[in-house]
Design a binder for this molecule. Sequence first.
Ligand SMILES: [Fe+2]
Ligand SMILES: [Fe+2]
Length: 348
Amino acid sequence: MNSRVTQFYTVVLAQAVCIGVGLWMEQCLLRHGLRQAAGQGGAAFTGLSLLPSALITFLWTFALLTITTYLVLRRSEDTLDHERTRSASERLRQTQTLVRTRDAVIFALAKLAGFRDHETGGHLERISEYATLLASGLRRHPEYGQQVTPAFVRLIGLAAVLHDIGKVGIEDRVLRKPGPLTPQEREYMQRHTVLAGGCLTEIAQRLGSSNFMHMAADIALSHHEHWDGAGYPHALKGDNTPLAARIVAIVDVYDALSTPRVYKSPMPHAECVATIRAAAGSQFDPELVRVWLALEPKFWAIAQQHLKTLDGDRAPSIAGDAKPGPAPPCQEPVAEPVLMTVGSDWDR
Ligand SMILES: [Fe+2]
Ligand SMILES: [Fe+2]
């Protein structure tokens, strides 16, 4: 039964009991008054002589009604509060389950697409962690702090894994080619950004207001754009490239540089640092590179951690650094930084 109806019937019942008790008390007092009048040898029995007993009865009934109504209402409020709390927790639990399911499905989708590629195992997991780490580092940045909310940090960790999902539309002969790509093949490969961007934008439009899908579409379309406008597919310059895509651009390149691929060996961490530093202002947003440089030991630590998890001790070290222990500090370049261009093969 509806709790409000139950509350109504309980109050009515309580009031009826109180009135019953009051009437019963009045009858007792009335009989007592009559007996007293008879005992006084037939003295006049007036309404005035009954006034004290009627007053007592009224006060009793009123007090009983007030207390009972208060207790009933309070109990009902407690019950309603309990029900509200329980349904809110249930809704929260269902939402969390849905979000976890969504995250798992998206990750699985990205993994399936990644099986066709020849990137190092764990690439998507690392990209997710790297993007979250760099976005967290921007939270206190004077320029980007406002844009990078906790929700932004949470979303980019998942949206980043879809950055190369457009590669499902690229033929194996190009996607899995171990050697360098020809200019035509490179141009064909670059279509993966437009394919994914178009697909994810369409989904975002269908969903309406989905921050996640909009961010995923931005990243997929623009993660190969360069700060100086030399990137692809639209040669966007500076902050015309969405911030999420600029973040993923750096972390994707760091992962590509620091891990072995079919077409190249891993680069030592210090060289990765030098290469990314050298690309500040040309390929990458210089402010993001500044934040990345402050965090680079943590990037190295994540890379090492993933290597241990995936391959155990027998695997070659990521970033060519076999030394265990804490991450090395940011150092001056130990080798000439690699010149990065749009056509660099590691930048596929
Ligand atoms: Fe890509
Ligand atoms: Fe990638």
